[in-house]
Design a binder for this molecule. Structure first.
Ligand code: C2E
Ligand code: CA
Ligand code: CA
Length: 588
């Protein structure tokens, strides 16, 4: 091309005209002007199109004759604006100086109008200046618009996409997955201990941590993946082509490790942790909202549990969308009223000699219609609803009444009832529990309420008050799922708890993990010094049972001893269990 051989110039112009004389005249006038202009000439519509479509073509201005031998020059306007540059000024150059034609030219997308009859170097130069000003204005406008759009779609702190852009992209990915079957993973990541950084070191440190986490994540993702900051210390990702549970665990696990690398700030080393929940599409469907809330729900599972990354497998997580919840709760309320909600019983034993020490009650609800719902999801849904109080008292009424005959038949066994922390806030809770225990003729010393460790951390002052007033009524409190919340052991000294249950996630990996074994060992020592009985949950094998006993953890519960069983089977099970003792084998 001609201009490639010229020295660098200010403006590249294209002249489209089939008249050789007119073209040369305009070129000359352009070269006469104050700016350095390089000119490319096209003698027909076809040639012009060819030039426009040539890769890496760039023109700052186009001069266009209307009447070309192969068609109307005006037809080129859309091609110039769409294929070349939306801000490229076009000057109409025609033989007749009709005002109407000028107006029509401007209307059809041209910027300026020149008449061949009255052409002069000055006029041409003036129109070039007009066009350049127009172009700059358009470009500025476009930039400002883009900037505004960007700002409305991005988080100002990290410059990552925000929630609305993330959701947009998620919708696109889901639509594509539905069409093509390409799998995607939706990941929610939430930082642990971020609040501590913010509270103790200030917001500047907090912002620095968020920026660093954002950079680490972005640097380790592929171009095709999306990472967004949804707010606070919450990040969300869309990962393409993650087809399996295992692949998700591997990739997201790696990302979490990266996030957890120490961060240097102000001569301090900061450690923030992270937990992630993953929802896979198409395994969990194609609905963006449902996927996001499944990822969110499992992220909270990860926060509570030992695994830093949890992949949602339970399609029920999806059943509990905002739309379904009221229906489910209505149904559940009716089921309670009709006495269709049951509690299964799981024995707890002294693993040294097999003596039964108590039973834990676990809710079971067989929905008449609809998908079955796991106790965990049911409880989580109820906990967030006004039904919590009804549920808790209904539970106590049922299991206390059922416990009375067991207690008289077996003697020294306890009843453990799971309690949601939120119900502790209700006025008169402890008194009502004590009253119900008394009305059922049960010794309060044989009743234990199980409360998760997280409840204790989240509201220590309140929990302490509740524990103390329970104790005043001789009712014990057990710390459930211990270890899952990574409480400092110091807490245990401060609370007068009656029992500690080690979270089953530690016990499940017990035989492979030295960490879990050493946690149990330290807990044994601590609990002995405090005189608190220690219970292992989730004892699934004989090997685990023996190992726990060897380490000094004496009490246990789990499928390997007995799964939770319907109430009607409790008495027969007790009879059978005692017949089989003192045999050392585990029951089926
Ligand atoms: P949790 O209090 O930690 O209950 C123990 C869970 O472990 C039960 O799950 C039980 O079925 C399960 N489990 C028992 N032995 C084993 C084992 O050897 N291996 C494994 N992998 N699991 C075992 P479930 O019944 O699904 O209950 C889940 C959670 O729902 C409970 O966890 C508790 O937090 C809550 N929950 C259950 N019933 C009630 C209730 O009546 N009220 C309240 N507030 N929460 C309840
Ligand atoms: Ca429990
Ligand atoms: Ca537990």
């Amino acid at each position: 091309m001609e201009f490639l051989h010229n020295p660098p110039t200010d403006i590249h112009a294209l002249i489209v005209d089939d008249d050789d004389v007119d073209r040369e005249r305009l070129t000359r006038m352009l070269h006469h002007g104050p700016r350095r202009i390089s000119v490319v000439e096209a003698t027909s519509r076809a040639e012009a199109l060819q030039l426009i479509r040539r890769p890496a073509t760039h023109f700052d201005i186009v001069f266009l004759d209307f009447g070309l031998t192969d068609g109307d020059g005006r037809d080129l306007v859309p091609a110039i604006h769409q294929e070349l540059d939306p801000d490229c000024p076009i000057v109409a150059v025609t033989g007749n100086g009709d005002e109407q034609i000028a107006a029509a030219a401007i209307k059809s997308g041209m910027t300026e109008f020149l008449t061949k009859k009255a052409l002069s170097a000055e006029k041409v130069a003036a129109s070039v200046e007009e066009c350049m000003a127009w172009r700059k204005y358009r470009q500025d406008l476009r930039r400002a618009e883009a900037e505004l759009t960007h700002r409305s779609m991005h988080d100002p702190l990290t410059d990552l996409p925000n929630r609305s852009l993330f959701f947009d992209r998620l919708e696109q990915h889901c639509a594509r997955a539905r069409r093509s079957g390409d799998p995607v993973a939706v990941v929610m990541i939430d930082l642990d201990r971020f609040k501590e950084v913010n509270d103790s070191l200030g917001h500047a440190a907090g912002d620095m941590v968020l920026g660093m986490v954002a950079r680490r994540l972005r640097a380790n993702l592929r171009e095709v993946d999306t990472i967004a900051r949804l707010g606070g210390d919450e990040f969300a990702l869309i990962l393409q082509n993650i087809a399996t549970h295992e692949a998700a665990l591997q990739i997201v696990g790696k990302l979490i490790k990266l996030v957890e690398q120490p961060i240097l700030h102000d001569q301090r080393v900061l450690y923030v942790g992270a937990s992630a929940g993953v929802a896979l599409c198409p395994q969990l469907g194609y609905a963006p909202t449902a996927l996001l809330s499944a990822a969110d729900a499992t992220m909270y599972d990860a926060k509570r549990g030992i695994d830093k990354v949890v992949v949602a497998t339970d399609t029920l997580a999806l059943g509990l969308t905002a739309i379904d919840r009221p229906v489910l709760l209505d149904e559940f309320e009716a089921a309670m009223a009709a006495n269709e909600v049951d509690w299964h019983w799981q024995p707890k034993i002294d693993m040294r000699d097999g003596r039964i020490t108590g039973f834990e009650t676990l809710v079971r609800w067989n929905r008449a219609k609809g998908e079955p719902i796991s106790p965990e999801h049911l409880v989580r849904t109820v906990e967030q609803s006004p039904l919590l109080e009804t549920f808790t008292y209904h539970c106590l009424d049922r299991v206390l009444a059922e416990f009375a005959p067991i207690r008289s038949a077996v003697g020294d066994v306890t009843l453990a009832v799971n309690i949601s922390p939120r119900v502790l806030e209700r006025p008169g809770f402890v008194e009502r529990v004590a009253e119900k225990v008394r009305l059922n003729g049960i010794d309060p010393r044989s009743v234990t309420l199980e409360l998760t460790e997280t409840a204790l951390i989240n509201n220590p002052a309140q929990t302490r008050r509740v524990i103390e007033s329970l104790l005043a009524h001789h009712i014990q409190l057990s710390i459930d799922d211990f270890g899952a919340g990574f409480t400092s052991f110091g807490y245990l000294r401060e609370f007068p708890v009656g029992e500690i249950k080690i979270d089953r996630s530690f016990i499940a990996r017990f035989s492979e993990s030295r960490f879990d074994q050493s946690l149990v060992s330290s807990l044994v020592v601590l609990c002995e010094s405090l005189g608190i009985p220690l219970v292992a949950e989730g004892v699934e094998t004989l090997e685990t049972r023996q190992r726990l006993v060897a380490l000094g953890c004496h009490y246990g519960q789990g499928y390997g001893i007995c799964p939770p069983i319907p109430y009607a089977q409790v008495m027969p099970w007790i009879a059978k269990w005692y017949v089989s003792l003192p045999g050392k084998t585990l029951s089926a």
